[in-house]
Design a binder for this molecule. Sequence first.
Ligand code: 3PG
Length: 390
Amino acid sequence: MISSVKQSTVPLTGSNIFRPKLTAPVRQFSVLPPLPALKTRGKSSVTAITKPLCVSLIEGFGELSKKPSLIACKAYEADRSQPIEEEKPPSEAAKKLKIGIYFATWWALNVVFNIYNKKVLNAFPFPWLTSTLSLACGSLMMLISWATRLAEAPQTDFEFWKTLLPVAVAHTIGHVAATVSMSKVAVSFTHIIKSGEPAFSVLVSRFLLGETFPVSVYLSLIPIIGGCGLAALTELNFNMTGFMGAMISNLAFVLRNIFSKRGMKGKSVGGMNYYACLSMLSLLLLTPFAIAVEGPQMWAVGWQTALSQIGPQFIWWVAAQSVFYHLYNQVSYMSLDQISPLTFSIGNTMKRISVIVSSIIIFHTPVQPINALGAAIAILGTFLYSQAKQ
Ligand code: 3PG
């Protein structure tokens, strides 16, 4: 079906040719029946106009600014003989299964990382180097994946790296602070203090971003802060550096998550590649500080001592902590792509329970009942927090 539209009053130039105001005369002469409104289901609606209205001929284009000309427009009706293919949204059960698999993988990788990380730190107490190695290993793994086309390299620009910088600064500080903490205290203690992260999230959002929350959210902070405080006071191997490391890590990771959310908004870089770029930038930031704080001479002596005490398997421990650090973070960023931040934070708390319990069993960490009570109250508070935020 062809409809000719005589363009009489609007001068057509190269700059305004596709402006919406030109659509008015076309509609005025349209002899097509109106298309029925398509039923949309959630976000997966599909536009069924397979052959849209298009300008097929413009006579005397170069002369358009001088004299009005005829434009022949061809309009096609949507082909109704073809069934409209709508992408079926995954069923509730499939979604739950997918999230379940993400969570189980994330926690399992995290438990393995924490165990090997602590084994390495016990034999080789250089948290700045081990933090650097885990970032280096992740960066190398991703560069190889991109080079071999195992994963598609992201398209990034200067703006992307600029917005990633504050995220990388916060990630670097949070990572090195948590590792310093774990080099000084039991893994379980670091994670009990880290279960207080929601309290930092609320305080930062309230005082830095001016966000307000319902009273129930503020009330849920009482058991979180109280439980962490009780656990810290009754910790048999309390160490101030270890405690402060976990606290600094909490603050840094809250800021990282806020900056990450802003940085990922509207970007085409997915969770896996976003984390890969984050690792690379963090590696660049951390390396000079690691050299300045610890340095190659101390590392060489420490490495020889660890090797003589543990044997060649020490190298495997270092490799395992580095590989698993990258993998668990990668899966957690991939989960963030799929689930809400709230579901993510509940998953993170559940993760800490599995890390605390497994590390107490593996490292035979002495725990007093009052200390365990403090941890349980803090974790219960985190659940109350997630409920209050819903
Ligand atoms: C690190 O080294 O970055 C921390 O162990 C991370 O802790 P989290 O991911 O459990 O917060």
